[in-house]
Design a protein around this ligand. Structure first.
Ligand code: 5AD
Ligand code: SF4
Length: 483
């Protein structure tokens, strides 16, 4: 999606406008000219590559960054052997950071072969002061570094980097600003993420997100609905509403609105077929939301409800603000109100002070809720979070053993849960031609399970009924059925 902007009307002989997003369009035009000059000098097109680490939020941010690169005139490529390479980083667990440092070494090698190459870093990891120090000291070949709060300024920052020999750093501590109406280049024609809020106010004691993504800010409902309508007009059938804690959406708006009310409005958009959202916090999930989901024709039968731990004492120290019993009651309510709902979760193993008994409580919740699938994580100590300073960090061998036991249980249950739809005929949104077998296409059920069935590329983006013939554990083989 690109907004209708007439670049001819932008006058570069004037100074850059102060107002956003006009200011960024001014810099896009400037970058277009700089890039065209470079192309003329080198006698070839210039290529750009963005690699995304981490969550759906980052994936959506990368689509926006790609939209800007495309508008400036870069050819987008998957290969890091490009003239502009940007890593959109994640820092939720430490190994995400280590991966980035490792790959930077590789990029430096590429830059030695292509002196015109610009290397850039953005995203959550850049909001950590220690990271910036390390980059300044040991990774001086990086050309542009920016954070999560000023991502809308990408065109301006890139222009500065193109004109400068020194590394451009621009990191803000926080912001209350939301800039609308910038372009985005979607990865899929038929589905898209839509940010409904930014930041998080929960401060779970293990989590670095509130420090790197800042305080919670909701977009205005009219801006969200306008974006979705534009996406639908452009062929999108499925949207994923994105926020760290969508259940507290709208609380701080001038005219407060609940997430359930927002969903009701989104549902009314003609042509939109499927609505997903991510992530829900159990403490804020309302009965209204359950009812809206239950009666909705468009909201997908999938809810991601992070548990983190099944022990009330660990949950207290995690600052999650619910007990084991409250969580179980909520899960039961969801299962009874929406029987075909797929429930998925996130679980952390090895939080400081976690005893075998605490861990058993987690296994107990997994057995009772019977998750359709679960992401399991080993606790990672994040500097600056309260949990990092807690005593009783758990030895690695104990954590690994617990992690393996949890994973086995989660997978056993997940396999059994997947069988629930065997033999049914259900709508599948086709996403791609199967990578291993090109006579098959791959798509998703409303409950998020993957299905492979015979078909060709013409089906991509279509919703078709598929008979779910054979469950393969975590996915299905199916056959297209009559509509
Ligand atoms: N260590 C391990 N897992 C974490 N998560 C967040 N912070 C940490 C951490 N310090 C997990 C949580 C969250 C998911 C996105 O990442 O389970 O829900
Ligand atoms: Fe992190 Fe908790 Fe906020 Fe999720 S709700 S982003 S786990 S602080």
């Amino acid at each position: 999606m690109t907004n209708e902007i007439n670049f001819d009307e932008i006058d570069l002989s004037q100074g850059a406008p102060a107002q956003e997003p006009q200011r960024q369009y001014y810099f896009m035009k400037k970058a277009q000219i700089l890039l065209a000059e470079k192309e003329a000098e080198l006698g070839r097109k210039l290529q750009a590559c963005i690699k995304t680490f981490g969550c759906q939020m980052n994936a959506r941010d990368s689509e926006k960054l790609r939209g800007i690169l495309e508008l400036i005139g870069y050819e987008l490529t998957e290969s890091e052997e490009a003239d502009f390479v940007l890593y959109n980083t994640c820092t939720v667990r430490e190994n995400a950071n280590l991966k980035v440092y490792g790959r930077l070494g590789y990029l430096n090698g590429l830059k030695k072969k292509n002196p015109h190459m610009l290397i850039s870093l953005c995203g959550c990891m850049m909001q950590e002061p220690e990271v910036i120090e390390k980059l300044k000291k040991s990774y001086r070949f990086v050309d542009l570094v920016f954070g999560t709060h000023n991502i809308y300024k990408f065109a301006e920052l890139l222009t500065t980097a193109m004109e400068s020999d020194r590394t451009v750093f621009d990191i803000w501590k926080d912001t209350d600003k939301i800039v609308e109406d910038l372009p985005a280049e979607r990865t899929y024609t038929f589905k898209s993420g839509v940010n409904i809020m930014f930041g998080c106010n929960n401060f779970c004691s293990y989590c670095i997100v509130p420090y790197v993504r800042g305080r919670e800010r909701s977009r205005r409902p009219e801006d969200i609905l306008k974006e979705i309508r534009t996406l639908v007009a452009d062929g999108v059938k499925e949207i994923m509403l994105l926020g760290q804690n969508v259940n507290s959406y709208g609380k701080n708006l001038e005219e407060p609105i609940t997430f359930a009310q927002l969903l009701t409005e989104v549902e009314k958009i003609d042509g939109l077929e499927r609505i997903r959202f991510m992530t829900s916090h159990p403490k804020d999930l309302s009965e209204d939301l359950i009812q809206v989901m239950k009666h909705s024709k468009k909201i997908c039968r999938h809810l991601h409800l992070p548990l983190q731990s099944g022990s009330t004492e660990i949950l207290r120290r995690m600052n999650r603000r619910y007990t084991k019993e409250q969580y179980l009651a909520l899960a039961e309510r969801l299962r009874s109100e929406i029987p075909d709902l797929s429930l998925t979760t996130d679980i952390i193993v090895g939080f400081p002070g976690e005893t075998e008994e605490d861990f058993q409580e987690t296994l107990d919740v997994v057995r009772k809720v019977r998750y359709d699938s679960a992401f399991t994580f080993i606790y990672s100590k994040r500097t600056g979070t309260p949990a990092a300073a807690m005593e009783n960090q758990i030895p690695e061998d104990v954590v690994k053993d617990r992690f393996n036991r949890l994973l086995t249980l989660v997978q056993d249950i997940s396999r059994e849960q997947s069988l629930r739809v065997q033999g049914q005929t259900l709508p599948v949104l086709v996403e791609s031609v199967n990578e291993q077998d090109s006579s098959l296409v791959t798509g998703r059920l409303s409950n998020n399970l993957l299905v492979h069935f015979p078909g060709d590329a013409s089906l991509i983006g279509e919703i078709v009924p598929v008979y779910l013939k054979e469950c393969m554990g975590f996915y299905y083989y199916g056959e297209r059925a009559e509509a």
